[in-house]
Design a protein around this ligand. Structure first.
Ligand SMILES: N[C@@H](CCC(=O)N[C@@H](CS)C(=O)NCC(=O)O)C(=O)O
Length: 266
């Protein structure tokens, strides 16, 4: 009888996240997936002085695609995976939810079966809708203009976001956590294990704490699953806790989540 072979560690390709330096931004949704699963990745814009050149080259607005057969990338974040593209060449993909969809099963963050995989994805997409609406509170009219040039509209947009959209989305996620309470212990949204849906919504909740601290404090008692169970528990997940305490975690500033006191609850 042959002895069972020792379990081999899973190997992963040399993943590269191509994103802007300085702000957590949408790159953070991808970083959290790597950090939670303990799979290494490079983040060249953060790592070296000319690392951002690689990002800018991939997102070059005049590009018609790269030498590996990948179509042009519209905007960061993008992911490069050596050997995973056509004919063994590098694969380059973009769009945050598309990258999460790709990485989810490979990092063990996509649920236990096909049904769970689709639930995870729909939840991540919904969390990213909140991300986009939060961004629009400070840029409701023109993405390329300064906030100060659209402040009046921002006040109106932020009021609607805080009073109507945020509670509607949070009520939804609260119900999702309740639905999965017995398997997920109120901390996981799908099944009994961390998924990229949890990580994505966690990052949204964290960003909203930065952008709208008064509103979040006032709302906490309305959504006990989110504020008392989910948010603190995901922070303690192996990988995430270490990451949040490291200098790899960037501070919020003038990115997607911005703190303008006048847009918050008064
Ligand atoms: N829907 C895209 C949005 C990508 C996006 O807006 N990226 C930002 C940084 S977070 C950017 O650099 N955009 C440049 C632009 O839209 O012109 C995604 O989720 O990846």
């Amino acid at each position: 009888m042959t002895a069972p072979s020792p379990k081999r560690p899973r190997t992963h390709p040399a993943y590269t996240l191509l994103y802007h330096p300085s702000v957590p931004g949408r790159g953070e949704y991808i970083r959290l997936a790597f950090e939670a699963s303990g799979v290494s990745y490079s983040d060249p814009a953060k790592e070296g002085t000319d690392g951002y050149d690689e990002v800018l080259a991939v997102c070059d607005p005049s590009s018609t695609g790269d030498e590996d057969g990948n179509p042009p990338v519209f905007a960061p974040p993008a992911l490069r995976v050596p050997g995973a593209g056509k004919d063994g060449k590098a694969l380059v993909i973009h769009q945050t939810p598309n990258i999460l969809l790709y990485l989810g099963p490979r990092l063990g963050l996509a649920g236990a079966d096909e049904a769970e995989g689709f639930w995870v994805n729909q939840l991540a997409l919904t969390a990213l809708d909140v991300n986009n609406e939060a961004h629009d509170t400070h840029h409701p009219v023109a993405v390329g203009d300064y906030y100060e040039a659209q402040k009046e509209e921002s006040l109106r947009k932020a009021k609607d976001f805080r009073e109507n959209r945020l509670p509607k989305f949070f009520s939804y996620f609260e119900r999702v956590l309740k639905h999965n309470e017995s398997a997920g212990e109120g901390k996981y949204m799908v099944g009994d294990k961390l998924t990229y849906a949890d990580l994505t919504f966690w990052q949204v909740v964290d960003g909203l704490h930065f952008a709208f601290p008064n509103e979040m404090m006032a709302r906490a008692s309305e959504f006990p699953f989110i504020f008392e169970n989910f948010y603190p528990a995901i922070k303690e997940e192996k990988g995430i806790k270490a990451y949040l305490g490291s200098d790899r975690r960037l501070e919020y500033s003038m990115g997607l989540y911005r703190h303008y006191p006048e847009l918050d609850r008064q």
